[in-house]
Design a binder for this molecule. Structure first.
Ligand code: FMN
Length: 229
């Protein structure tokens, strides 16, 4: 009961700070990576998984339809970035699709469902699967939903074993950046070497409406990671 009240409070506060941040920080070039001073506190390096021969997979969730700050979109912001990583690396790609789709026509309804799922720590059922066990390196991409990945991302993660894998998070957002979600992914992908502090955070509006800028960010991020085309 107390846990639920605290969680509700946290979600509400995060929601308020998200709206404030978005209103005041809506610059064109929001293709920031996390502040380097906060980086690498808990990440280990795994250069072998970053090399050309390793088997790479991109797993992502992305919401289409009515979305924050971009109107109605046919292809989600994170999906656009996932495709860019796919083109640059040749990694296989898998989309996390919830069995029950979030409403496409109403942002407010989507928010309401997402909030309920977060408050109840839900694990919404998802369609299909991919054998993570076949890969060395897995990029995990998602939108920032109040400082969390959507709960269906956890559904996916918890279906798999992560021992010995290298995981690299990427996120799209409207002002909150990575927001510590990489550490949540690290905690969830038990046994993996999650490269916290080295993920890519990119503004959804830039991904949607300024693809050359987004592309540039993706490419320089991959280069910094030591991954070539
Ligand atoms: C339910 C919900 C909650 C969101 N919460 C945040 C937030 O806390 N901080 C933020 O910067 N953006 C937030 N956003 C905006 C999304 O992170 C942003 O639009 C993202 O690019 C969407 O990616 P997608 O199109 O791949 O789903 C939220 C959007 C939704 C729908």
């Amino acid at each position: 009961m107390i846990k639920n009240i605290l969680r509700t409070l946290l979600v509400t506060l995060c929601g308020v700070s998200f709206l404030t941040a978005s209103a005041s920080d809506n610059s064109e070039n929001q293709t920031n990576k996390e502040d380097k001073s906060l980086m690498n506190t808990d990440s280990k390096t795994a250069p072998s998984a970053l090399n050309e021969d390793s088997k790479k997979l991109i797993v992502f969730f992305s919401h289409t339809g009515e979305n924050y700050n971009v109107g109605y979109i046919e292809k989600g912001n994170t999906h656009i970035i996932a495709d860019m990583i796919n083109q640059a690396t040749g990694a296989d790609i898998f989309e996390i699709v919830p069995e029950k789709a979030y409403p496409a026509d109403s942002y407010n309804e989507c928010i309401a469902i997402a909030k309920k799922e977060l408050e109840s720590d839900a694990r919404p059922a998802i369609k299909g699967d991919v054998n993570v066990e076949d890969y060395d390196l897995i990029f995990i991409g998602y939108p920032n939903w109040w400082g969390n990945p959507p709960m269906c991302v956890y559904t996916f993660i918890e279906k798999h074993h992560w021992d010995g894998k290298t995981v690299i998070p990427f996120i799209t957002h409207e002002g909150s950046g990575m927001g510590g979600t990489d550490r949540k992914i690290a905690a969830s992908c038990k046994g993996a070497n999650t490269l916290t502090g080295q993920g890519l955070a990119i503004q959804g509006k830039v991904a949607q409406e300024n693809q050359p800028a987004a592309q540039k960010s993706v490419e320089s991020w991959l280069e910094e990671l030591g991954m070539k085309k």
